[in-house]
Design a protein around this ligand. Structure first.
Ligand code: KIV
Length: 271
């Protein structure tokens, strides 16, 4: 899994193997076939059809307007471009409000080509995680700055800085793993907290603004390519196009930097 020349498809059990063997996992978002092809050929292990598409493709101010139909359509497009990478699809706002709704949407994503679904939060979402996993749908959880909670958070802010919030995040991380999630995205949390969670739970963590000690890293493709999406650029974003020289070079530079541990550095993480 750790070399771009290894053309064996990435599987869900392979993610656990990577954590056990200390091999970093590389994830990027994509929304269409052309970019999916480039990612697949340049060392990316997992491609996420994120609901970030609401902000970087559709031009909305948040991810809340994204629908199950939108994610299904883009999942189909991305699936056509992949032969090696594992495809994940995001359950958009309220599509996971009940386990039954989550199952209905997830089944559509898997039938469109996804190999795993991602959902934000713990709490009542633990029922949805268990419900999906019992029905053979692999789940990636997402904690920390969960963009679907932007109204409650009052903006896109670093999470888990205070002791109580950090304790809750550690408990939630353990809970999603216990519920059967295979993977956990940690977004915008202090690096030390992400490192502690990564060491404590048995499933791989994928960081975005969560420091270098996560088991892997993800970025939004448009951020990696330095595209101005019209939103404030978070601290953790790095323009890899500048050093990569081409789209393929940027993807390769990101994958290499994740694997050799040079990204994210302190400049692209939160203390
Ligand atoms: O929607 C998305 O692209 C995401 C990633 C930023 C992890 O959730």
């Amino acid at each position: 899994m750790s070399t771009a020349n290894d053309s064996k498809p990435i599987t869900v059990p392979g993610l656990a193997d990577a954590k056990r063997d200390g091999r970093k996992l590389v994830m990027l978002t994509a929304y269409d076939t052309g970019f999916a092809r480039v990612l697949d050929a340049n060392g990316v292990d997992m491609v996420l059809v994120g609901d970030s598409l609401g902000m970087v493709v559709q031009g909305h101010g948040s991810t809340l307007p994204v629908t199950v139909d939108d994610i299904t359509y883009h999942t189909r497009c991305v699936a056509r471009g992949l032969s090696r990478a594992l495809l994940l699809s995001d359950l958009p706002f309220q599509s996971d409000a009940t386990p039954e709704r989550a199952l209905e949407a997830s089944a559509r994503f898997l039938q469109a080509g996804a190999g795993m679904v991602k959902l934000e939060g713990a709490g009542h979402k633990l029922d949805a995680i268990r419900f999906l996993v019992e029905r053979e749908i692999p789940v990636c959880a997402h904690l920390g700055l969960t963009p679907q909670s932007v109204l409650r958070f009052g903006g896109y802010k670093v999470q888990g800085r205070e002791a109580i919030a950090a304790k809750k995040l550690r408990e939630d991380a353990q809970a999603v793993a216990d519920a059967g999630a295979s993977l956990l995205v940690l977004e915008c949390v202090p690096s030390s907290l992400a490192a502690a969670i990564t060491a404590a739970i048995p499933i791989p963590t994928i960081g975005i603004g969560a420091g270098a000690d996560c088991d892997g890293q993800v970025l939004v493709l448009h951020d990696l390519l330095g595209l101005d999406s019209g939103h404030r650029r978070p601290k953790f974003v790095k323009d890899f196009l500048a050093e990569g020289g081409s789209v393929a070079g940027a993807v390769r530079a990101f994958a290499d930097a994740v694997r050799d541990g040079s990204f994210p550095d302190a400049e692209h993480a939160y203390a």
